[in-house]
Design a binder for this molecule. Sequence first.
Ligand code: GDP
Length: 305
Amino acid sequence: KESLDQGLQKTKEGFLSKITKAIAGKSTVDEEVLDNLEEALVGADVGIETTVKIIERIEKRVAKDKYMNTAELNRQLQEEMEAILVDAPEANSYAFDTPLPAKPYIILVVGVNGVGKTTTIGKLAYNFKKAGKQVLLGAADTFRAAAVDQLTIWSERVGVPIVKQDMGSDPAAVAFDTAQSAVARQSEVVLIDTAGRLHNKAHLMEELSKIKRVIQKVIPDAPHEVLLVLDGSTGQNALEQAKQFTAATDVSALAITKLDGTAKGGVVLAIANQFKIPVKFIGVGEKMEDLLVFDKHEFVDSLFN
Ligand code: GDP
């Protein structure tokens, strides 16, 4: 809770100050308060569509209860924000020490370069290992030498094995090797890094489906999870990336990074509302410990309190 509060500090400051301004000098909620509230939500990168949805719901309640005061407004706003996050199925049902539904449990990690994909894999490996699970990493982002090197550094730092090949080799071949190795080693969780190139949709789609196909030669029901990593500090750009990746492949979960140091944390709501894909993890710093399992209630609570 403390690291969440710290991680969301900037979003909270921006957001709360705007909310405070929106209701300054008002005892009841009127048109002007709602307009200002709308502005505050858009300003925190909640996004137009999601903001309109929230405002409309509040308007309905205000219409019923003409004398709603601003303290009540605050409470209703929190409720509406949580409701948006609930819309994502099975959110919050995840912890590192819960038994996984398959062994090995293969997580394909996708996302464009620079969003924090490697770091997120490292943090996940750390958490799963800490929870007592056997972890294996697969370095299938073979297009950038730095990607393999960085993942290797994480594997050493966390103390988990890694499967890799030379830079430039076929990413699908690395994925295949990783799956085979996971079976041989009896790994429990396998995190496979993929290249984050977004030249065009067809290409991305082809590359990811090839990786999936070869993994399925070893483990027919894998990957069990396709985790899309998005950089929360890029606000609406993250939404655009989510659009492209969800069009290219079946994304089953989201990790939203870099929520520390940004005031755009409201984008988590926009993404949840638009894609109905559960946000499972959020990144609130560069260190191993700075990955949190997402909890909608704690998240909203942190923004207000
Ligand atoms: P990749 O290219 O997607 O694999 O990105 P990296 O994992 O290499 O991360 C890019 C940069 O973002 C690195 O400097 C990371 O330390 C940093 N980073 C990743 N996640 C977070 C986060 O949650 N918070 C902050 N502040 N920095 C992060």
